[in-house]
Design a protein around this ligand. Structure first.
Ligand SMILES: *[C@@H]1O[C@H](CO)[C@@H](O)[C@H](O)[C@H]1NC(C)=O
Ligand SMILES: *[C@@H]1O[C@H](CO)[C@@H](O)[C@H](O)[C@H]1NC(C)=O
Ligand SMILES: *[C@@H]1O[C@H](CO)[C@@H](O)[C@H](O)[C@H]1NC(C)=O
Ligand SMILES: *[C@@H]1O[C@H](CO)[C@@H](O)[C@H](O)[C@H]1NC(C)=O
Ligand SMILES: *[C@@H]1O[C@H](CO)[C@@H](O)[C@H](O)[C@H]1NC(C)=O
Length: 439
């Protein structure tokens, strides 16, 4: 048995405190405080992000003549918004035509500054009472400082029982190869986040021990984090357990060998565990041992975040200037930069550019030169230098590490920046990369 891992986090106020950083959420919205809404409502706007997936305690606007009501969250910094899950209440039968918008701005008026928004996606079918839906942003992750949920219907309420926003990829949703004890075992990863027992959208093992739920992810996977939604009212059903990963067993857990992703003591509404770095495997289980609790095991929803083998490379470019969100990338095949992606920075006429390459678990790969950044200037082509790294695995909500590259284009200025990835040198299964070009 390994002891529970404790990491030291350095917070931005200059205070160093010791906390268990593997508890850190990967849901960018959770417990954020900067929320604004279009009109006053009877229901708290923070109910949407409180980590309680109870369909009776929601944010809801009043029905009035205000059309296109909205709810907006502003983050403390920019994140790449990949996907959004929203949970309907037990009473809003009109949950449709709701749009998710993102912006790189934090001050605006969603009603009058439409041009500052990018549509992530739209809910076009009715979401039933108690149900939730996950939408990926249509054009890939959007670099965002704020997210708006807007009702396109007139004279109807906007309801958000809970909203979750992620940069990480969920790799378990709707996979059928699950197993476990008791009732509704398919409900754990059916993308329904409701935490009430009604409708049988949570699993329950019965009062047995040991007890477990497991999933065959069907592919060798690297697992970064696991979030669990608990049933309201019986919190210890999702406590006193461990989350384990293995390669070679379709047998019931516990497994030999197994790797522990994390453990949970007393249950809470919504819990996230970060697996130790380099947690690989095909099977994942939530396991409660004999004597853990008399209540059995309940999972209302499990979300497993990670990468699977053979994922294809995706690079998301951002030029940090005031009005560019997702820059189109170009694939160019000239001699030095064959098979690379690039972006035009000529407009900015910079002699020197720092580019931030971001991704989960990329620092060792950066040091192994799995990535080459090249600057094309009006006089030369030159490699950019790796000047620094920042490990975000245990400290950032999006878990992204950063590798800082400095590109020198003196005496001229930079025309294009190229990125070349040597996949054989990558030390992680992650294939999702983001580049912020600071001009
Ligand atoms: C979120 O806020 C709720 C209510 O204040 C609190 O109980 C919960 O522990 C918080 N969750 C996290 C992960 O900080
Ligand atoms: C919304 O409701 C108000 C009050 O009932 C009504 O006057 C108005 O015409 C309605 N608007 C629409 C677009 O239905
Ligand atoms: C909160 O969001 C508003 C925009 O809605 C913005 O003007 C303000 O600066 C934000 N406050 C903080 C502390 O980030
Ligand atoms: C699964 O296999 C991979 C590749 O051989 C290995 O790196 C990893 O440690 C194994 N995982 C476990 C939990 O044994
Ligand atoms: C993954 O890629 C490897 C090597 O490129 C290939 O041999 C294997 O069949 C692929 N597996 C899947 C499931 O596509």
């Amino acid at each position: 048995m390994t002891t529970r891992q404790i990491f030291t986090c350095i917070l931005y106020f200059g205070i160093i405190i010791s906390v268990s950083c593997n508890d850190l959420t990967v849901n960018i919205a959770l417990n954020q405080t900067n929320i604004s809404v279009s009109s006053t409502s009877t229901y708290e706007k923070h109910n949407a992000v409180d980590g309680r997936f109870h369909t009776g305690v929601c944010f809801e606007t009043e029905i009035n003549s205000v059309s296109n009501q909205w709810w907006m969250i502003t983050f403390s910094k920019h994140y790449f918004v990949r996907s959004i899950r929203i949970l309907n209440s037990q009473q809003n039968a009109n949950m449709k035509n709701v749009v998710f918008l993102t912006s790189t701005y934090s001050t605006f008026d969603p009603e009058h500054q439409k041009y500052l928004f990018t549509v992530c996606n739209v809910i076009t079918k009715f979401i039933d009472l108690f149900e939730s839906v996950t939408k990926n942003c249509l054009k890939g992750p959007l670099y965002s400082k704020s997210v708006v949920v807007k009702n396109r219907n007139d004279n109807s309420t906007l309801t958000i029982c809970e909203i979750e926003i992620w940069t990480l990829r969920g790799i378990d949703r709707n996979i059928q190869t699950v197993n476990g004890m008791g009732d509704n075992i398919q409900s754990a990863n059916n993308d329904q986040s409701k935490a009430d027992w009604i409708g049988q959208l949570c699993t329950w093992s019965g009062r047995v021990e040991p007890t477990w739920w497991m999933i065959d992810l069907q592919k060798q996977s690297e697992i970064y984090a696991v979030s669990l939604i608990n049933r309201v009212g019986v919190l210890d059903c999702l406590g006193y357990l461990k989350i384990i990963v293995s390669n070679n067993s379709a047998d019931p857990p516990p497994w030999t060998p197994e790797k522990k992703c994390g453990s949970i003591e007393a249950g809470s509404f919504y819990t996230t565990r970060r697996c130790p770095q380099n947690t690989f495997g095909q099977y994942l289980a939530v396991f409660k041992d004999v004597g853990a609790s008399e209540l059995g095991l309940t999972i209302c929803e499990i979300d497993i975040f990670g990468s699977s083998i053979n994922s294809s490379v995706s690079v998301n470019w951002v030029i940090k200037s005031i009005n560019s969100i997702n820059q189109p990338k170009e694939k160019i095949a000239s001699c030095n930069v064959k098979d690379s992606e690039s972006i035009d920075v000529s407009e900015n006429r910079k002699e020197k550019i720092v580019a931030e390459l971001k991704g989960v678990s990329i620092i060792s790969s950066c040091k192994q030169q799995a990535f080459t950044l090249i600057a094309l200037s009006n006089h030369d082509i030159e490699d950019c230098q790796l000047i620094n790294t920042a490990n975000g695995y245990y400290t950032e909500v999006d878990m992204l590490d950063t590798c800082f590259f400095e590109c020198n284009c003196k005496p001229g200025y930079c025309l294009r920046i190229y990125l070349k990835i040597f996949t054989s040198k990558l030390l992680s299964l992650n294939r999702d990369f983001f580049i912020i070009v600071n001009v």
